[in-house]
Ligand binder design. Structure first.
Ligand code: FES
Ligand SMILES: [Fe+2]
Length: 430
């Protein structure tokens, strides 16, 4: 059998058994296939529209294995341009971020405007009439679209629309975006780090409710120390919590938060003096959405995974996290904090404290998580143990957030794309 069409998973729903072949985490050929079948085919998150608020604002991004520029043109349109000069290939933008009217290639000084059009070619009269500036603007991905401020690109011109691709994940992006009356924004600053582990281990980890207590024990003792009662309301509690397969490989955990949230969910460590302010905020949510949706927005946490590599964890703060493989056992991670545009300085401080305490690369969670992911990757050197088990809760009618339904949703989609490319070709032909 051709290795590339062999299934990477065992998915026996009758028996309640689900396994993933560890070759998926270690094999360089698998990574090559992922580049072709996953990153070149799926909608990939590039950035948030709030990162380029003004004409000429730009951010360099590495997404889907390509250097790109997220830039707002002088026509106010936010675009994604491929960061390679159409002359001989050099990257035309070498800064991480800034504001520019034009991008001038450092190699031979071809110049492009903020819409990506080629506007300057030194010694242009040396070219024949066949040379057309219009043909030589910076290239763009075949599809770019925005859902509620989140900008994605897709390299498959035949792929379904972003709206359809997001499927059930839209409901959860709405619960995030509705936290602001004016729009959400990425808070200035970006966290970039790396891990010696396969990128899919981080996807699994980002919505893995099972590892919370053992891996992050220190955080839970810290919460008790500052007076939060998480025991009566913890991650494993059966009340008000669910894990949902959202379609297309996306999945979410939704649960009642033990911790306070800068969106209208007060807890004692925030201080008595802020209680009234939080109750006021909450009343506004009640007015806008009615009490049930307001409760859901304000009091529940969401760990949302959007296939293949976007995580939005809307917990004690909101992190937007994306990561790409450099090699099978090494990934680069970027993370940002998201917040309502209108949030007050005091609330923003609370949010960022929360963000750094748990979510940041120096917080309680990330170093522990990275250590565990790297440990898994090192463990995979034991090639004799070929499979990982992801069966938890498979026979349960209402899987809990400590089950592994969300990972199975990811892996089924991943395996399908990795082994049956003809599905997508058929759609194109239809
Ligand atoms: S490579 Fe950019 S101008 Fe020559
Ligand atoms: Fe974790």
């Amino acid at each position: 059998m051709d290795k590339s069409t062999e299934s990477y998973i065992i998915d026996d729903q009758d028996a309640g058994l689900f396994r993933v072949n560890r070759r998926a985490f270690t094999d360089p050929e698998c990574l090559q296939e992922e580049r072709r079948r996953i990153f070149d085919k799926c909608w990939i998150y590039v950035g948030h529209e709030s990162e380029v608020p003004h004409a000429g604002d730009y951010r360099s991004r590495n997404a889907a294995g390509r250097p790109m520029i997220l830039v707002r043109g002088d026509d106010s349109v936010a675009r994604v341009l491929l960061n390679t000069c159409t002359h001989r290939g050099a990257m035309v933008c070498r800064q991480n971020s800034g504001n520019a009217k034009t991008f001038q290639c450092p190699y031979h000084a071809w110049t492009y405007n903020s819409r990506g059009q080629l506007v300057g070619v030194p010694g242009e009269d040396s070219y024949s009439d066949a040379f057309k500036r219009d043909d030589l603007g910076l290239a763009a991905p075949p599809q770019v679209d925005n859902y509620r401020g989140f900008i994605f690109a897709c390299f498959d011109p035949a792929a379904e629309s972003l709206y359809d691709y997001l499927a059930g994940a839209r409901e959860y992006l709405d619960l995030v975006a509705d936290q602001s009356e004016l729009g959400m924004k990425i808070v200035a600053g970006q966290q970039s780090y790396s891990a010696r582990a396969n990128w899919k281990l981080l996807m699994e980890n980002s919505y893995d409710g099972y590892h919370g207590l053992p891996t992050h024990q220190r955080y839970f003792s810290f919460l008790s120390d500052i007076g939060i009662d998480f025991k009566g309301n913890n991650l494993g509690a059966p009340v008000r919590q669910k894990t949902v397969d959202l379609g297309n490989g996306h999945a979410v955990l939704e649960y009642q938060s033990a911790w306070g949230r800068p969106i209208a969910h007060w807890v004692p460590p925030f201080g008595e003096h802020r209680k009234e302010h939080f109750e006021q905020l909450r009343r506004r949510f009640d007015d806008r959405f009615g009490p049930e949706r307001a409760r859901r927005i304000c009091e529940t946490s969401r760990n949302l995974g959007i296939f293949p590599n976007l995580v939005i964890n809307d917990i004690m703060a909101i992190t937007v996290r994306t990561f790409f493989p450099v090699s099978p056992d090494y990934m680069e991670v970027n993370a940002w904090a998201l917040a309502p545009i209108e949030e007050s300085a005091a609330d923003s401080k609370l949010r960022l404290d929360n963000f750094l305490t748990f979510l940041g690369p120096g917080g309680f969670a990330t170093p522990d998580d990275v250590e565990m992911l790297e440990s898994c990757q090192r463990g995979f050197a034991n090639r004799e143990v070929a499979w990982s088990d992801i069966s938890r809760g498979m026979k349960r009618e209402h899987p809990s957030i400590t089950d592994e339904l969300q990972m199975r949703a990811f892996w089924r989609r991943w395996n399908q794309l990795m082994t049956t490319p003809q599905i997508r070709r058929a759609r194109k032909a239809a």
